[in-house]
Ligand binder design. Structure first.
Ligand SMILES: *[C@@H]1O[C@H](CO)[C@@H](O)[C@H](O)[C@H]1NC(C)=O
Ligand SMILES: *[C@@H]1O[C@H](CO)[C@@H](O)[C@H](O)[C@H]1NC(C)=O
Ligand SMILES: *[C@@H]1O[C@H](CO)[C@@H](O)[C@H](O)[C@H]1NC(C)=O
Length: 694
């Protein structure tokens, strides 16, 4: 097979960087914020799958609660071919045995039972991929705070990938401000703390094994996904339901059927990837971390004693002792990661030390599919777009229309309706092949804009304005720029379809989403076409902006065959050994603030912190105030006062408000480093594409 080369630069619309809101920063911040410039190779060889958007200048796991598959403008993709390190070089073990991996990380494969209710040590095993960013102090240091587990959402998002990309930022936020190298002269009770950050791939996801695949090879998968794009999503035309329904049936037969089938009476993977099993994996990681810490402590003590003579206090050993069966969880989850965290807290309430849940999913709605109100605030974000666009005028918002916000909304609806009837033809150019821009494409862009207003409103306005004027060049860049090459490796060609050589870890991300979601929320599969249509209608009635998308994202479940063996039916609350911290945006398209408030009532003592911004999770906008609150919670355990509202430091289209921390005169270098970390998080968050479910 000959190699095809793709020139990355051609795929990125020039305006994407032009309109990034950084230009609206106060001048003193222009050069101080740490924006990581990834060294994107100019050329990508087919087969390496290395395509990325330069928009965010770094590459990040989606936080995607509810993400999508094809047309992922800013999602994806294998950036760094794992130089040297391969997960399969590590043998799975029942204890945490770390090996150096990537750049300054450590990796382990933790063996766990496939079915945690199997306590007799029999049955199939899984190997959970665990990656650790070491704390800035050794575990024997009194300032060592423990390990914070993280999850990026999805479901189906890779915690390992999140760690590689975000781990250092998250550590900066949770860690004490003080330089760990400096002498500490305060009292023991307010020791600064430094944390390990641990990312792990949940079951069915990326590097955790056994994995699964729904396609014989990448080529077949990419074709399937391109067809999804071409068919259009729910609402794209009169036949959209039946066409997509049948696709869902075809996928389920070949995918869920396989992983739901037990061989020789053994556990079937598809029945054990749901959230309760993953919380048991987390508990196992937490316990094994305690064991690992103790091992480290003993080794350090032995070395110390050898050098300086026996230390009667055995301080290292004391400090690192494994509280067997009693180790507690430190956790920070976003979006679907809040389902994981809250489920853990409900199942193991006495194992909670610190839990931050950001972009809160209502567990009733998630597990029982009880209410369409998850979209309650999504249209309000669209309203904000119209308002902000009106406020900044045509200079800052190319889709501005005289006549106020209503005129802007009207123009959007007209454009959408026109393109519904008549997709927009864009001839080939030097930079791209021929393309058609459809209603689905505009809806997808809209969806992404609602998740990430700060970053995407400017592009949204620009693309819409151009489209209205009959120019689809940049839009095509957006649409095509996310497509991955799908050439097969030589190994795959040799081994043939469905071989291990043809299955790429992480390639099944969208289908991992279905595997988890559809077995968590069994109701989603228990509907006929009419029932689904009613569900879709109710979502549309709640949200003009996202109703079709949300329904579409759940369509994978209608034919899903696997059912979970260990179901979690509640209660979705508990008295936890330490109160949880919930965080919600004033307006979040899919995890409305009200879900956080509702969940908080079920966990006595927990507090909701409100970030006054639009978008999905606190990654929607940097908020120094929220970052400080999270740090305080990890450092001292102190929760924000109930009712606390934090401002965001940047507003979509508008930029920094005068009250923003960006204008504060007295920021310390530590404050700036903290702000740089959250800003980098926000900027490099790549939101997911069109059709991925919750
Ligand atoms: C469309 O917009 C692009 C980018 O702004 C520009 O380079 C191009 O000339 C425009 N094409 C037409 C036909 O106006
Ligand atoms: C899977 O994990 C690897 C690290 O082993 C990471 O580089 C890659 O981005 C992850 N893939 C996905 C789809 O998250
Ligand atoms: C928490 O404990 C209180 C007091 O014992 C009890 O009344 C309440 O029902 C418990 N709440 C939950 C969610 O378990």
């Amino acid at each position: 097979m000959h190699k095809v080369e793709v020139n990355i630069d051609l795929l990125i619309p020039k305006t994407m960087t032009k309109l990034a809101p950084k230009e609206r920063y106060p001048p003193q911040w222009q050069n101080t914020t740490a924006r990581k410039q990834h060294n994107v190779g100019r050329r990508v060889v087919c087969g390496l799958i290395a395509l990325g958007s330069v928009l965010f200048l770094s590459y990040r796991q989606p936080l995607q609660l509810f993400p999508g598959s094809s047309g992922r403008p800013w999602e994806s993709i294998e950036l760094h071919k794992e130089a040297g390190f391969q997960w399969r070089q590590i043998s799975p073990s029942p204890e945490l045995e770390y090996h150096d991996c990537f750049d300054g990380f450590q990796c382990a494969r933790l063996e766990v039972p496939m079915d945690h209710r199997h306590t007799d040590g029999k049955g199939r095993k899984m190997a959970v991929a665990v990656a650790r960013l070491p704390a800035k102090v050794p575990v024997t240091d009194p300032r060592y705070g423990g390990a914070i587990l993280i999850n990026p959402g999805g479901p189906g998002g890779s915690g390992v990938a999140q760690l590689l990309i975000s781990g250092r930022n998250l550590q900066t936020i949770a860690d004490a401000d003080a330089d760990p190298a400096s002498e500490f002269d305060g009292s023991l009770s307010d020791l600064p703390k430094y944390y390990d950050i641990i990312g792990f791939d949940p079951r069915g996801v990326n590097n955790t094994t056994p994995g699964f695949t729904c396609f014989p090879d990448t080529f077949s998968r990419r074709n399937w996904e391109l067809q999804a794009e071409a068919e259009g999503m729910l609402g794209s035309g009169p036949g959209s339901l039946i066409r997509n329904w049948q696709r869902s049936m075809a996928l389920a037969e070949s995918c869920s059927q396989v992983i739901a089938t037990s061989i020789n009476g053994e556990e079937a993977l598809g029945e054990h990837v749901n959230t309760p099993q993953v919380t048991a994996d987390m508990l196992e990681i937490v316990e094994r971390h305690g064991q690992w810490r103790e091992r480290q402590g003993k080794a350090a003590q032995a070395a110390q004693d050898m050098q300086h003579g026996y230390d009667n206090s055995q301080a290292f050993v004391e400090r690192t002792r494994w509280n067997k069966g009693k180790e507690k969880l430190l956790y920070w989850g976003r979006s679907y990661g809040t389902v994981l965290g809250a489920t853990f807290a409900a199942l193991y309430p006495d194992r909670v030390e610190r839990v931050v849940l950001d972009g809160v999913v209502d567990l009733d709605a998630y597990y029982l599919t009880s209410s369409p109100s998850v979209l309650a605030d999504s249209d309000a974000i669209f309203e904000r777009f119209a308002e902000y666009c009106h406020t900044v005028g045509s200079e800052g918002c190319p889709f501005h229309h005289p006549g106020g916000p209503d005129a802007i909304k009207k123009a959007y609806r007209e454009l959408l309706s026109r393109i519904y009837d008549e997709p927009f033809a864009v001839p080939a150019s030097l930079s791209h092949g021929p393309e058609v821009i459809t209603w689905t494409d505009v809806k997808v862009l809209t969806r992404i804009a609602m998740y990430q207003p700060l970053i995407v409103f400017p592009l949204f306005a620009e693309f819409l304005a151009e489209l209205k004027q009959g120019n689809g060049t940049n839009f095509v860049g957006f649409k095509q720029g996310s497509r991955e090459p799908s050439c097969l490796s030589d190994e795959c060609l040799l081994a043939g379809p469905w071989s291990r050589e043809c299955s790429v870890p992480g390639g099944n991300e969208n289908y991992a989403t279905a595997a988890i979601l559809c077995t968590d929320a069994e109701n989603l599969g228990n509907v006929d076409r009419q029932g689904f249509k009613d569900y879709w209608e109710s979502l549309k009635a709640t949200s003009e902006t996202l109703g079709d998308y949300w329904a579409h994202a759940r369509l994978d479940c209608v034919g899903w065959k696997a059912k979970a063996k260990w179901k979690f039916t509640g209660p979705f609350g508990a008295n936890t050994s330490y109160p949880l911290l919930w965080i919600g945006n004033t307006l979040d398209p899919v995890t409305p603030l009200r879900s956080a408030q509702k969940m908080s009532l079920k966990f006595p003592g927990s507090v909701v912190l409100q970030q006054d911004s639009e978008g999905h999770t606190t990654l929607a906008a940097p908020s120094f105030c929220v970052a400080k609150a999270v740090r305080t919670y990890f450092q001292t355990g102190e929760l924000p006062a109930p009712g606390t509202v934090c401002q965001a430091d940047l507003k979509p289209l508008i930029g920094a408000s005068p009250s923003s921390v960006l204008y504060a005169a007295n920021l310390t270098p530590g404050d700036r480093a903290l702000y740089a970390a959250i800003e980098d998080e926000v900027r490099s968050f790549r939101t997911a594409g069109p059709f991925r479910p919750l």
